[in-house]
Design a binder for this molecule. Structure first.
Ligand SMILES: [Zn+2]
Ligand SMILES: [Zn+2]
Length: 289
């Protein structure tokens, strides 16, 4: 469908990072709110990183200078979220942008490996929106970021491992609302490999989607790379009830990037904005699946 006839109102951006995420070096909560008002976005959720898993850097891996203080013996330990600073900033932005709905949030990395820390953060944070996602994978005696796995494994193996770990997360940890970026490894799919065809991984995707639907959770449509429409079709067929939209922006300019196309795709797959709360997740429409 043409992308120049966007929806009347863009969906809320339910997954955005600001300067309170340790890896968002160009992040700005205030700048993102300003941008949201400019483009007519109804709501934005600042879902800052809570990355509990330290990861080993790959051989020769380059990192921004700001992160060097986080590295010891080749292992990068992400810092804890500064909850007080984050909440103060959120309050200031809500005062300054009264017409914009600003949701608090967090993106929990591998919370099923860190249940105690995740539970403590959720208790202290009282977040409006809780995302969960896998970003890391076991490697040797430690862990690595998922994208590093492409160095030593076939792409199909990386994606299968990712989906299996994601299913484990859903089964072992319940205190979240939305599964973020189900297709995360596709972002770093090797350019010299055959393009990723989701049909080759249909069983694995469907297993994750069925587990997620059974747990009553929401599937995120992350626009960093366009989600393949088949995955939304499978989500509906497996009983999925709701979706959110996510730019996963780490700077204000990327807010709601790709949302018009994503909204069209979601409508074609059988989802629509909720009639009561324009800031909430989209639900199923009457489209016959
Ligand atoms: Zn993420
Ligand atoms: Zn994110």
């Amino acid at each position: 469908m043409a992308s120049d006839t966007g929806p009347a109102v863009l969906p809320p951006d339910s997954h955005v990072h600001s300067q309170w995420s340790w890896d968002a070096l160009a992040g700005s909560m205030e700048g993102t709110c300003q941008r949201a008002v400019e483009i007519g976005l109804p709501a934005v959720a600042f879902t800052e990183h809570a990355d509990f898993t330290p990861w080993s850097l790959g051989p020769g891996e380059k990192i921004p200078g700001e992160w060097r203080q986080l590295v010891s013996d080749g292992v990068l330990t992400p810092p804890a979220l500064d909850l007080d600073g984050y909440q103060d900033c959120l309050r200031r932005c809500r005062e300054r942008f009264p017409g914009l709905r600003i949701l608090s949030g967090v993106e929990l990395s591998e919370p099923h490996w860190h249940c105690g820390r995740a539970a403590a953060l959720l208790r202290d944070g009282g977040f409006d929106r809780v995302l969960a996602a896998v970003h890391s994978a076991p490697a040797g005696t430690g862990f690595t970021v998922v994208s590093d796995q492409f160095r030593g494994q076939a792409p199909a193996q990386v994606l299968r491992g990712y989906l299996a770990e994601t299913a484990a997360l859903i089964s072992q940890f319940d205190a979240f609302e939305v599964l973020a970026h189900i297709d995360y490894p596709v972002r770093r799919w090797p350019q010299d490999a055959r393009p990723c065809d989701p049909c080759e991984f249909q069983d694995e995707y469907r297993h994750v989607l069925r587990t997620l639907a059974g747990a009553g959770k929401v599937l995120e449509v992350n626009t960093k790379v366009p989600l393949h429409p088949l995955i939304l079709t499978w989500w509906r067929q497996e009983g999925g009830q709701a979706i959110t939209f996510a730019s996963d922006a780490h700077d204000p300019a990327a807010l709601a990037a790709g949302f018009a196309d994503a909204a069209h795709m979601a409508e074609a797959a059988g989802f629509a904005a909720g009639p009561r709360d324009p800031c909430g997740p989209w639900g199923r429409n009457s489209f016959p699946a």
